[in-house]
Design a protein. Structure first.
Length: 74
């Protein structure tokens, strides 16, 4: 499986200081996964006191990272 990052996701990662390694950790071993709109899904994982949400979509054998958001832990 190959991961591709949208321009939007890269920009959000830069603004939020989230590394590609952290995003891959969320995708490879999420704490929680939810279905989203347009055949997308949201993967959540708590890393170093930060709750990251990675919205992604499967396209053939690849995964496209659409956006990355840091959420408030509840």
């Amino acid at each position: 499986m190959v991961f591709h990052f949208s321009w939007h996701a890269r920009r959000q990662m830069k603004w939020r200081r989230v590394s590609e390694t952290e995003v891959l950790a969320v995708l490879n071993d999420p704490d929680r996964v939810e279905d989203s709109i347009d055949n997308r899904c949201n993967a959540y994982k708590s890393l170093d006191g930060r709750l990251l949400k990675v919205t992604n979509a499967a396209e053939q054998d690849d995964v496209v990272v659409i956006t990355v958001i840091e959420k408030e832990e509840v």
